[in-house]
Design a binder for this molecule. Sequence first.
Ligand code: PLP
Length: 368
Amino acid sequence: MRTPIPFLDLVGLHEEIQDELEEAALRVVRSGRLLLGPELHRFEEEWAVAVGARAAIGVGSGLDALSLGLRALGVDPGSEVLVPSHTFIATWLAVVHVGAVPVPVDVLPGTAGWDVDALAAAVTSRTRAVLPVHLYGHPVDLDPVLRLAARHDLVVLDDAAQAHGARLLDRPIGGLTHATAWSFYPGKNLGALGDGGAVTTSDPETERRLRSLRNYGSTTKYQHDEVGWNSRLDEVQAALLSVKLRRLDEHNARRAAVARRYDEGLADLDLVLPEVAPGATSAWHLYVVRTPHRDRLQEHLSGCGVETGVHYPVPPHRQAAFAGTPVALAHLPVADTLSREVLSLPMGPTLSPADQEFVIDAVRSFRP
Ligand SMILES: *Cc1c(COP(=O)(O)O)cnc(C)c1O
């Protein structure tokens, strides 16, 4: 039997740039500067330029980028934050970590974006922020969200953990809202070789607060102006991310080519394929199909030697973490349906046309 086709091939990806990764890591080892040094400074500048923001602030993870971002934007304990019903749970956890209340708004099934009228209906006198998520790499249409926010005096922090390189009408995600949260978890489009994250913003005051919040509430050594965190992107990860950033556009183009081949190879099947909204450029973090026969299709593919993923099998409002809280009673039918029907096919820059052909044939041989 052939070796299974991995869902994401990180080993192959890193093999392509192994010399540069080793050189970067070694540079940090030899420098002795391990935190808040020149590698972080350089990567922050590169990442801000790449996403069209004035500044990037490196932090310890995507979850921290969301939490610190909310705190820096003034989301106080007790206030409400509108979140999508269908997302990775970290989006909701960040809201809880700053003492605020996640208020889920059910998504549209096609792109997991929002119907703005549904969003508007969820605004109350306690709403302080909106937290759109560019899920699977597909950018949420931010203009209507920003207009709604302006009308109700809300801040917008977008979760771009899955959307490095995504664009709206040729404007990159990352500089379009009050602040944008990024994850550099290894499996993301721009992944470190460990945990990492960043917030990008063009507002100097938000930048200043983030630099303080990530470092014990301090910008001058041993002077602490507020109750901060310890959440910093370390020098090794920053150096490795600078190497990988040089390949991001090329990697995303290879992902887009994989998506096109799936679109063509699966078009005539009884499967719902991913939609791309007009004007949107997806980063193709994941290629997610939908079918009511999801579990049996996944089993069939596994039997053929094709690894797949489910993003996500249990929606946040049904997680034990939220049992006994008001969101556990929320009526979110789209999120429930998606959790039963979504299946993520192998995706990544190193998926070869031959291996992808094998995946497509395996999907085509499924009989529901
Ligand atoms: C990965 C992810 C996060 C969390 O990022 P970590 O770096 O793993 O903490 C948040 N939101 C979304 C949508 C994600 O996919």
